[in-house]
Design a protein around this ligand. Structure first.
Ligand code: MSP
Length: 480
């Protein structure tokens, strides 16, 4: 992360389109961001962290999805947004605000932001002739399309040929600025490969971009200030969501570290357009854009047209929220695309959770309980060892979990070697178990950002001073 040592941290996820309810791929990003938010709350204090997620509700995709269902756009987005929220909540995503781009404070902020850019001379009216992919909600050049002139990301959607009058944003003016902030790491883009990709894109030169659509084509959007015939382009509108809540809560000042989590398909909007928009409107730029890969399912892209969508609640009811969180944080696409399957999840459940963590915890809880000894808490407050957590500097939650599991294996080894069950001398038993109880208490603290429910269950069993053994943390899975 950047060398600035901010106490206040603002963490965001992308906001999801409401053309359909989110799937496990979207959920990955929420879990990763949630893990970081929980970590910073422990490290910097609850009051110093703001964490937002939400829904991106305007534009053609949402409008068309509503039409297909015979609903008004607002009825449709209300429905999907609520379902998304339920999906997110079943994973214990501890957001501070679930922001919707149809929220009145956001609509007001987006219009105001547009006005500021307009006043600064960065927005002008012109004709746009060219392609548009409704799936990406993005204008496309011919060389971004495949040989069939379709968007490679949305081959089942007909590409649109637009010929209309729009407002344009002078993106081209900000090429040098963007190059400088990225080269100087004033804006940190991680991982490194994504940073080079953004710099290479800048080398190819930026063209001005349209930031409105005429109402006779897309009526579902925020009306542009000073022109009631146009609506603000959905990406311009959506990016501002971060500023809406950040500024309202005092988390858009220089004392805050602003970290955006996004998937690889939308890195450019966040790393290159958003900072230019902020500069144009006279606001500070974010500190970090962290770009993760895509989660695939059984070797295939997760998509409606392939019919292989898995929603988070389906996995949660089968495995439990913490298991889904653990699995995705350890094996999800933190850098490159990864592949998941329920069979793989099942084997990780048995191997690393039931036989790993679960087994060690229940062994120790039983030993502690039968010893009838007291184990007063030694350490006050959470301890987040640098050695365990340093990979989070690069957002590598997977590596932190590997570190924690190494400690767990050491603890297991300690139990096997010292065989507390065979110790006859009470002081000797107290010494051995005392060390082991302290260690599991510490491991439980480390697990908090990753597996909050499991950590709470461990804390309960190992609460000071008497150990109480309860049921297994990860019961055997029912085989179908
Ligand atoms: N609405 C825009 C984002 C606007 S942010 C100002 C959008 N929405 S989305 O619903 O298509 O995607 C939301 C997030 O989920 C993006 O970061 C996207 O990369 C991510 N993912 C979508 N499918 C995914 C996987 N299969 N795997 C991992 N992340 C995925 O883009």
């Amino acid at each position: 992360m950047s060398p600035k040592k901010n106490r206040k941290v603002f963490i965001t996820t992308a906001i999801d389109y409401t053309n359909d309810v989110i799937h496990v791929g979207h959920a990955y990003e929420k879990i990763l961001a949630d893990c970081l938010a929980r970590y910073f709350r422990l490290k910097n204090g609850e009051e110093n962290v703001l964490f937002t997620t939400g829904t991106d509700e305007h534009g053609t995709t949402n409008q068309k999805a509503a039409e297909e269902k015979g609903l008004s756009p607002k009825e449709h987005v209300n429905e999907v947004s609520l379902l998304d929220k339920q999906q997110i909540e079943c994973l214990n995503i501890s957001y501070d605000r679930f922001i919707r781009t149809t929220d009145p404070d956001h609509e007001e902020m987006a219009a105001d932001f547009f006005s500021r850019s307009l006043k600064n001379g960065d927005i002008y009216k012109n004709k746009y002739q060219g392609y548009y992919c409704e799936g990406c909600e993005s204008h496309k050049t011919l060389n971004e399309l495949d040989e069939k002139r379709q968007c490679p990301n949305h081959p089942s959607r007909q590409i649109q040929l637009l010929d209309e009058e729009n407002y344009f944003f002078r993106w081209s003016k900000y090429g040098q600025f963007l190059k400088k902030i990225i080269s100087d790491n004033q804006l940190v883009i991680k991982p490194e490969g994504k940073r080079s990709e953004m710099l290479a894109f800048l080398e190819s030169g930026l063209k001005d971009i349209t930031v409105s659509r005429p109402k006779y084509k897309v009526s579902w959007g925020i009306t542009t200030p000073h022109d009631s015939e146009q609506v603000i382009y959905v990406w311009f509108d959506a990016l501002i969501n971060y500023f809406t809540e950040g500024s309202r809560k005092g988390f858009w000042d220089e004392d805050t570290k602003i970290i955006h989590f996004v998937g690889k398909d939308i890195a450019r909007w966040h790393a290159l357009l958003w900072p230019a928009m902020l500069k144009s409107a006279g606001y500070r730029i974010p500190d970090v854009v962290y770009v993760h890969g895509f989660l695939n399912l059984e070797g295939q892209k997760i998509s409606k047209s392939l019919g292989n969508i898995i929603r988070p609640d389906e996995l949660v009811s089968q495995f439990g929220a913490d298991v889904v969180r653990y699995y995705l944080l350890k094996y999800g696409p933190v850098m490159e695309d990864t592949n998941m399957s329920k069979v793989h999840m099942g084997s990780i459940y048995n191997g690393e959770l039931a036989n790993g963590l679960g087994n060690t915890v229940s062994r120790l809880a039983r030993l502690g309980e039968t010893s009838e000894l007291e184990f007063p808490e030694k350490v006050k407050g959470p301890v987040l060892d640098e050695q365990i957590f340093s990979p989070l500097e690069d957002f590598r939650a997977d590596k932190v979990l590997t570190n924690v599991w190494k400690e767990l294996a050491d603890l297991d080894k300690h139990i096997n070697e010292h065989q507390p069950w065979s110790l006859k001398s009470k002081p000797e038993l107290k010494k051995v178990l005392g060390y082991e109880v302290d260690k599991i208490r510490q491991i439980s603290v480390w697990l908090r950002p990753f597996m909050p429910e499991t950590s709470a269950k461990i804390d309960q069993q190992f609460a000071s001073p008497r150990i109480r053994s309860t049921g297994a943390l990860f019961p055997r899975l029912q085989t179908p």
